[in-house]
Design a protein around this ligand. Structure first.
Ligand code: FEO
Length: 396
């Protein structure tokens, strides 16, 4: 499959309808994904990025239907991660001398992944490549989200090829943002941001400001995954600016795991108290062992306060609680409040352990937390209600 975007640019990527996890098992891709590769035909012919390695043969065969591979003058590798560079080995077997334009880190990382010393041309921000009527302008996007990442801008057509930035794991042959269900599209876009780009938010702000200061007109943003931003493309740039500034909605997320439902009852009791005190707060409750971990992270991203609970087991916490806390810690959320809760039979270490982990993750602890012995009775549940009311009073 190929798809003509306009007279100059053709999409030659791969829609991966079956993909259900990405980065191993770290990221759920419930709506599949795509690996977007673009062919630019001007006086020179340019290929931007490739696809993931399992589709390498299919990609090259498909590309041959579109063009004689020897007509490709330049390859641009915006990012070396193998979901974009995976087909390079297969492609370069056919056209081994074609120059590959990438950042200095890009050349290093591509060599490390493919173990080949191809004809790399290292570029920096502001470097240009004349391709005929139009030219390409390169913009390094270090740590968005790898040290090698870069954007490529095509003049004339005014297209920004942004690779991972502004992308979504969302398979659709409708291709454009004005064609697909926008609720689905933005859910996938915010999930992508929350789970992948959160740690780099300060850099997102700086990079967007830098790109906007170049005053380049942007008629389309073509990312490396998912849907192309064609109608009002800057709307996703503005969303990124909003998300990058310690984004939060008026939301509390309660995450727990439970052995015999005692910690679940506590979670629900706390939620009731929160709601009694503040009817406007959105409260979302997730059992971390039963819900998609990336969806939970997306809700944490949207929250002012996060409450994490677990039963005590073996002087520790339940494994799904430990796992979600590890993910939360890695993402480095800023400006969020938290506290802990949990049931116990003896020992009762879970609340203290969770609180310590939340502190290490950079959350402001707004309470010492609450723990209840065995199966909470009415009196214990009233204490949970009161705890919820106390937390609600600290949400402004
Ligand atoms: Fe960083 Fe889509 O790879």
């Amino acid at each position: 499959m190929s798809f003509k975007i306009n007279n100059t640019v053709t999409w030659v990527g791969k829609i991966d309808w079956e993909l259900r996890t990405f980065h191993g098992e770290e990221y759920s891709t419930n709506k599949g994904s795509s690996y977007n590769s673009y062919l630019i035909r001007d006086e020179k012919t340019v290929l931007i990025d490739t696809v993931w390695q399992p589709f390498a043969k299919e990609f090259v065969a498909n590309l041959k239907q579109e063009i004689d591979l020897n007509e490709i003058d330049y390859i641009i590798a915006n990012h070396s991660e193998i979901d974009h560079s995976g087909a390079l080995t297969e492609l370069m077997r056919e056209i081994p001398n074609t120059p590959i334009y990438c950042t200095k880190n890009g050349a290093k990382f591509l060599k490390a992944h493919h173990h080949k010393d191809w004809n790399f041309v290292e570029v920096k921000t502001g470097d240009t490549l004349e391709i005929g009527k139009n030219k390409l302008i390169f913009v390094e996007a270090r740590m968005l989200h790898w040290p090698d990442s870069m954007f490529t801008y095509l003049t004339g057509e005014n297209i920004l090829f942004s690779n991972d930035a502004f992308g979504q794991h969302y398979a659709s042959e409708l291709m454009y943002n004005n064609k697909v269900d926008n609720a689905e599209l933005f859910q996938e876009a915010i999930k992508y941001y929350a789970n992948i780009l959160t740690p780099f938010s300060p850099l997102v702000i700086k990079k967007i400001e830098e790109v906007l200061s170049l005053n380049l007109p942007v008629d389309m943003i073509c990312p490396g995954h998912g849907i192309i931003w064609k109608e009002n493309p800057l709307q996703i740039v503005n969303k990124y600016m909003e998300w990058a500034k310690n984004y939060m909605e008026n939301q509390v997320t309660i995450i727990y795991d439970t052995m015999w439902n005692s910690t679940r009852k506590m979670a629900e009791g706390i939620a009731e108290g929160l709601k009694e005190e503040n009817k406007d707060i959105v409260i979302k409750i997730f059992n971390s062992s039963k819900n998609d971990k990336n969806d939970i992270i997306t809700e944490v991203f949207k929250s002012k306060v996060v409450l994490v609970g677990s039963s005590t087991i073996n002087k520790g916490i339940l494994s799904s609680t430990a796992a979600i806390l590890e993910m939360i810690k890695g993402l480095g959320f800023k400006d969020k409040k938290a506290t802990a809760f949990g049931s116990y039979g003896w020992g009762g270490e879970s609340v203290k352990i969770i609180a310590e982990e939340l502190k290490k993750a950079g959350f402001e602890l707004i309470d010492d937390g609450i723990r209840e012995l065995w199966n909470p009775d009415e009196v214990a549940l009233e204490r949970c209600n009161e705890f919820g009311r106390r937390i609600a009073q600290q949400i402004h």
